[in-house]
Design a protein around this ligand. Structure first.
Ligand code: ATP
Length: 364
C-alpha cells in the first residue's frame, strides 16, 4: 500500500451554531495545514436543514457515496428536533454512524485553569458505544426499538451484542494503552445481568490482549457520583451507549459545559468523523457567542487520528499546532467565550487560537 500524503476531508456544517463552529474549525485546520505542509482537499457536503430547504432532503441522495470516498469528515450539530415532520427530514446521525461502522464515540474531558471547571487536573476519556444499546434509532433494522402495545404501556428494547461490545472494548483498550494504561468498565450488571453482563464479559475477553492495561469496574450510578467527587481517579472509561450519553454530558459539566466537550467517532475502517458532544444550541445561534472549542478540538482529534492511522507526520504536526493555539486562547479571558468565564466572542477565540498557532510555529 502506498503511503498517503494528502487527505480528503468533508465539511458538513449541520444546523444552527454548526454554521459558525464548523467554519471556524475548518479555518483553523486550514491554517495548521498551511503551516505544516499538509495537503488537504476540502469537500463541502450539504446536510441538515439547509439541505432540506435547498435540495429537498436533510441527507440528499448521493451523500453517503460522497462521504465514502473521503478520508474523514467534520460533522456539525444536527437540530433534528426542529425539523418539519416530513419524510425528507431525517436525522442523519445514526445513518452515518452505522454506514461507516463508527462504533466508538471517543469523548475526552480535560480541565483548563480559569474557565470555571468544578475540578482541576481532570484528564479522562469516555469511550461510548455508538451503534446499539437503548437508543431506538440504532437497535433495530426496521421500525423502532420502542413500541406501545396499549395506550398506557411502552416497551423500550435495548440491544447488546458480543460483537458490538468487543469492538468498542478493543478501541477503548487501545486508547487506554496510549494513555495511563487504566481502563474503567462502567455498567450495571447487578441489575442488567444479561445485557450488561454480556458487555462486561466481552470486555474481559478483549482484556486478554492487553495485559499491560489495568482494568477495574464501577457501577453506573456510583460512577455518576464519583465523576462529581473524584474525577481525577479516572483515565479511560468504556461504557454502553446510553450510559455514555449521560456520563459524557455530566463530564462536560465538570469542565465548563457542553462547549468544552469534543468527540471523535471511530471504527475499524479508515474513516473517522469529528463530532462535538453538544447539540445545535438554537438559543445562542447567530449571536457570535457559541464556544467553538468542542468542534475545533474534535477537528484536532480527527487530524491526530489520521496522522497515527496513516502515519502522516504533517497531520500530527497540525494536531500539535492546533493544541498550542487552543491552549493559548483558553489561557486568556479576552480570547474565551462567555460560557467559560471569557469576555470575548467566538471570533475573538478563533483569532486567539490562530495567533497562538502562529506564535508556536515561529522558530525559537
Ligand atoms: P442534543 O440533544 O441535540 O445534544 P441538547 O438538548 O443537549 O441537544 P444543546 O443544543 O447541546 O442541547 O444545548 C444545551 C445547552 O448548552 C444550551 O443552553 C446551549 O446554549 C448550550 N450549549 C451547547 N453548545 C454550546 C456551545 N458550543 N457553546 C456555548 N453553549 C453551548
Amino acid at each position: 500500500m502506498t503511503k498517503k500524503t494528502s487527505l480528503r476531508i468533508g465539511i458538513l456544517e449541520g444546523d444552527d451554531i454548526g454554521h459558525e463552529v464548523v467554519p471556524a474549525s475548518v479555518r483553523i485546520a486550514k491554517a495548521a495545514a498551511a503551516a505544516t505542509g499538509m495537503s488537504i482537499e476540502w469537500v463541502d457536503v450539504p446536510i441538515g436543514r439547509r439541505a432540506l430547504d435547498t435540495l429537498g432532503h436533510t441527507m440528499p441522495e448521493g451523500t453517503l457515496e460522497t462521504l465514502g470516498a473521503l478520508d474523514g469528515f467534520i460533522l456539525g450539530p444536527i437540530g433534528h428536533r426542529e425539523y418539519p415532520k416530513v419524510p425528507e427530514a431525517i436525522n442523519p446521525h445514526p445513518i452515518l454512524r452505522k454506514r461507516f461502522d463508527l462504533f466508538a464515540n471517543v469523548r475526552p474531558t480535560r480541565s483548563f485553569p480559569g474557565i470555571g471547571c468544578l475540578h482541576d487536573d481532570v484528564d479522562m476519556v469516555i469511550v461510548r458505544e455508538n451503534n446499539e444499546g437503548f437508543q431506538p434509532d440504532r437497535n433495530v433494522v426496521m421500525g423502532s426499538g420502542e413500541f406501545r402495545p396499549t395506550h398506557d404501556v411502552t416497551i423500550s428494547v435495548r440491544v447488546i451484542t458480543v460483537e458490538g461490545s468487543s469492538k468498542v472494548a478493543r478501541a477503548a483498550f487501545e486508547i487506554a494503552r496510549s494513555r495511563r494504561k487504566k481502563l474503567t468498565l462502567v455498567h450495571k450488571n447487578t441489575v442488567y445481568k444479561l445485557g450488561c453482563g454480556m458487555f462486561v464479559d466481552s470486555c474481559y475477553e478483549v482484556a486478554k490482549d492487553f495485559p499491560d492495561v489495568e482494568v477495574n469496574e464501577v457501577i453506573v450510578d456510583t460512577m455518576a457520583m464519583r465523576l462529581v467527587r473524584d474525577p481525577q481517579s479516572f483515565d479511560t472509561i468504556v461504557t454502553t451507549n446510553m450510559f455514555g450519553d449521560i456520563l459524557t454530558d455530566e463530564a462536560a459539566g465538570l469542565v465548563g459545559g457542553l462547549g468544552m466537550a469534543p468527540g471523535l467517532c471511530i471504527g475499524r475502517g479508515s474513516i473517522a468523523m469529528a463530532q462535538a458532544t453538544h447539540g445545535s444550541a438554537p438559543d445562542i445561534a447567530g449571536k457570535g457567542i457559541a464556544n467553538p472549542f468542542a468542534m475545533i478540538e474534535s477537528t484536532r482529534m480527527l487530524f491526530d487520528w489520521m496522522g497515527h492511522h496513516h502515519k502522516i507526520d504533517a497531520a500530527l504536526g497540525m494536531s500539535r499546532l492546533m493544541k498550542a493555539g487552543i491552549d493559548a486562547a483558553l489561557a486568556d479571558p479576552a480570547t474565551r467565550t462567555p460560557d467559560i468565564r471569557g469576555t470575548g466572542t467566538q471570533a475573538d477565540m478563533v483569532n486567539g487560537i490562530l495567533r497562538g498557532m502562529e506564535a508556536a510555529h515561529m522558530p525559537a
